[in-house]
Design a protein around this ligand. Structure first.
Ligand SMILES: [Zn+2]
Length: 471
């Protein structure tokens, strides 16, 4: 058997690994994740690149979690002839229904917008190629096969798979793949997927795995340490207190999946612990609303503290007003609120969506606060705010930045270096081969050095894109 790294090699997006060769004497090939490349000029070209094998020849796909950089090209794979099962947890399947349809919709909308501009003579060059349509995304959903955590299954002769909780987002898994190489002799490959932080609100801690022959591990924050949750809580409490005292609004741009729910639960918990007063919270993003309701339905899968906080909220509904904004009119009405509102809205990097409207209305007033809770990529509006721009351009108009901008660093869905090393310490012996993926070159390099110096493990490498290694 061999593993080929088709994405997330010295970068954080486009996760996809191809495993092929003989299991129990028969030829097999399958994919772990089939994610979209995002950001950067080369992303479009890489997303259009064909697989090294015919999609119809793939036996099955394992999906670690619903994030688009892990799942986003699956509809394209199915449309190109892949007919097998896509194995994932039931919650990942539920999330995909929301996320893949949204992804298809965005691509169709981008294409239509470009076509309109071309007709008006305002588009240079080729039109963007939609990677798939909404119908293709719907067809792909029919190929999902739901497998719960800790349920060992055999998707093909001589291959056994088990999912463990990765503690990254709802439904996310660490995957253990046991391949029968000779009769009764198994080779275990463990794919970390995206690993969450230990001791965060909402999600569980990542589960420890004791043994692997080959390990593929992510390294998004392999080069740094996150702030403690207690510091994050202190910062959030201070900003909210101060802003409400001066009758300002607190605007929180947040990723619709994961981060929004984490913030809602954190705010609820801070009120429960009497660190914050009664709050008026609006969640203004249709996707965030759907995912929050989904989270409430799956509380039993999450950290015990999440169920405790939610139970408290159900018993004390008057302690906060949590409203989910339904339509655009209601969203616009929010802009008339002059103070005392907490608005959580997407997109997380302030590039599109309803958050841009909230920023337009709230940035020019000094009593308001903007709380940035997630990674802001270069070139995004969120990054310009973090970098203390005094003026931004929104909807063709200049908007002065008078509101205070706060970056709350401790809420990350990815483990930091200490978290990754702590997880690695769960292995009883060093895996024979370790491949570091899903991190920019610098993060991956520093993480490699940390593994060598702190654990003394050898045979650690950072694969280049498209390279193949034996299992
Ligand atoms: Zn992820």
């Amino acid at each position: 058997m061999h593993i080929q790294f088709l994405g997330a090699s010295q970068e954080v997006t486009g996760s996809k690994y191809l495993i092929r060769g003989k299991a129990a004497g028969l030829d097999h090939c399958f994919l772990i994740d089939y994610g979209m490349f995002q950001g950067g000029r080369e992303a479009d070209t890489k997303n259009l690149a064909p697989l090294p094998i015919e999609p119809s020849k793939l036996d099955f796909v394992i999906l670690t979690h619903a994030h688009i950089d892990h799942s986003g090209l699956l509809p394209r794979l199915c449309a190109q002839g892949f007919k097998g099962n896509i194995y994932c947890t039931p919650t990942t399947a539920a999330l995909l229904k929301i996320m893949l349809l949204d992804s298809a919709h965005l691509q169709e909308a981008d294409f239509e917008r470009a076509k309109r501009k071309q007709l008006q003579g305002r588009w240079k060059g080729d039109l963007p190629t939609p990677l798939y349509t909404t119908l293709e995304a719907i067809d792909c959903l029919a190929q999902l096969e739901k497998i719960p955590f800790h349920h060992r299954f055999s998707p093909a002769h001589g291959i056994y798979i088990e999912f463990f909780d990765a503690g990254h987002i709802l439904g996310s898994v660490i995957t253990a793949v046991d391949i029968e190489q000779e009769k009764g002799q198994f080779h275990r490959t463990v794919i970390s997927g995206d690993l969450g932080m230990f001791d965060r609100p909402l999600v569980n801690n990542p589960e420890f795995i004791e043994q692997a022959d080959t390990l593929v591990i992510e390294s998004t924050y392999g080069d740094r340490l996150h702030r403690q949750l207690s510091e994050t809580e202190d910062e959030l409490v201070e900003v909210i207190h101060k802003t409400l005292q001066h009758n300002g609004n607190v605007i929180i741009p947040a990723f619709a999946v994961g981060r929004t729910q984490e913030i809602i639960f954190l705010l609820m918990d801070l009120i429960r612990r009497k660190r914050l007063p009664h709050l008026n919270i609006w969640v203004d993003s249709p996707m965030a609303t759907s995912v929050t309701h989904l989270t409430e339905e799956h509380l039993s899968e999450l950290d015990d503290s999440a169920s405790k906080v939610h139970a408290w909220y159900l018993k004390n509904p008057n302690k906060l007003d949590l409203r989910f904004v339904a339509d655009v009119e209601e969203s616009k009405a929010l802009n008339r609120i002059k103070g005392g509102a907490i608005v959580i809205s997407a997109s997380g990097m302030c590039e599109a969506g309803r958050i841009v409207h909230h920023l337009k209305w709230n940035l020019p007033h000094r009593h308001n606060a903007i709380v940035i809770t997630g990674f802001q990529a270069m070139g995004t509006l969120g990054r310009r705010l973090v970098d203390q721009a005094k003026l931004v351009h929104l909807f063709g108009k200049e908007v002065p930045v008078k509101a205070s901008i706060h970056t709350i660093g401790g809420l990350s869905a990815h483990a930091d270096q200490a978290g990754l090393i702590r997880w690695l310490k769960g292995f009883k012996t060093a895996p024979k081969h370790i491949y570091i993926t899903h991190g920019e070159t610098n993060a991956a390099n520093l993480f490699l050095k940390a593994i060598q110096s702190e654990l003394g493990w050898e045979h650690v490498s950072i694969p280049n894109m498209n390279t193949t290694f034996p299992l």
